[in-house]
Design a protein around this ligand. Structure first.
Ligand SMILES: NC(=O)c1ccc[n+]([C@@H]2O[C@H](COP(=O)([O-])OP(=O)(O)OC[C@H]3O[C@@H](n4cnc5c(N)ncnc54)[C@H](OP(=O)(O)O)[C@@H]3O)[C@@H](O)[C@H]2O)c1
Length: 240
């Protein structure tokens, strides 16, 4: 059980990718406000938007398209904090290409960031998660990983179906251990990524802070409460 009064030196440590803005920044703030220590993987440095001391916060260069930055980020987190309790795979990119338009290069570029980097990073930290009291992998998937609503969302949806499968695969890898994996599957969230949604609707969309609260709950649940997926929608769909 985490509390805001936890001794910072013994607080759990979460790596959060794409914490420069949007959902990732909201998750970093939510965790810091509730006693976690956070290692932020940021493509763009210096990082702004978080007011935290060095014992609670580390910002590291991380580009999901450059695997060498993944190794450096993990090593920097270990040497700064001495432990890794959770990894939040949040960094992601949108594509508006249909599966008929996309070139092989388009596919590779999208899957590199949305799918392959989360898999590689989890492999790098798996031993740390096993050593933690209750290791966690949290994957920011999407409702686009649950259903395909249009042709121009179809390449992005393929990547989110794949990363949802990664979450389920990792969930099975954690069987017999205290490591658990969860995928959060939001619909539209009011961030830069939803800039295609009519601006008048943004106040009605799921807010990044809402997703951050769900993320913290998933990260703080004990291994006796394994949550495979959390679908969350701003609107009422037939199933979500
Ligand atoms: N917003 C939505 O409607 C929505 C819905 C469902 C799921 N999601 C998912 O939620 C996650 C966060 O999305 P968001 O809405 O917060 O998007 P956002 O506001 O566009 O932020 C995306 C974040 O990912 C980072 N990023 C992108 N490419 C990267 C790379 N190659 N290496 C490292 N970091 C990279 C960005 O870093 P920079 O600042 O350096 O660009 C930024 O921090 C994504 O995985 C997205 O697919 C979003």
């Amino acid at each position: 059980m985490r509390t805001t009064r936890q001794d910072p030196a013994s607080a759990p440590v979460a790596m959060v990718s794409g914490a420069t803005r949007g959902i990732g920044l909201a998750i970093a703030r939510e965790l810091l406000a509730h006693g976690w220590r956070v290692s932020a993987g940021c493509r763009t440095l210096p990082h702004a938007g978080v007011d935290a001391q060095a014992e609670q916060w580390l910002a590291c260069p991380f580009d999901a398209a450059r695997p060498e930055t993944e190794t450096a980020w993990v090593q920097a987190t270990r040497s700064h904090f001495g432990r890794i309790d959770a990894i939040v795979h949040n960094a992601g990119v949108l594509s508006r290409q249909s599966v008929l338009q996309a070139s092989s290069e388009d596919f590779d570029a999208l899957f590199e960031v949305n799918v392959k980097s989360p898999m590689r990073l989890t492999q790098l930290v798996w031993a740390d998660l096993l050593a933690a009291p209750q290791g966690k992998v949290l994957i920011m998937a999407s409702l686009a990983g649950k259903r395909v609503r249009s042709a121009d969302a179809s390449l992005y949806a393929m990547s989110k179906f794949a990363v949802l499968a990664l979450a389920h695969g990792l969930r099975h890898c954690g069987a017999g251990t205290r490591v658990r994996a969860t995928a959060i599957c939001p619909g539209f969230v009011a961030t830069d990524m939803a800039s295609g949604v009519d601006a008048d609707l943004h106040a009605q969309l799921t807010q990044p802070e809402d997703v951050a609260r769900l993320a913290r709950v998933a990260l703080e649940l004990p291994p006796t409460a394994s949550v495979a997926e959390i679908p969350v929608s701003w609107s009422i769909e037939s199933q979500f």
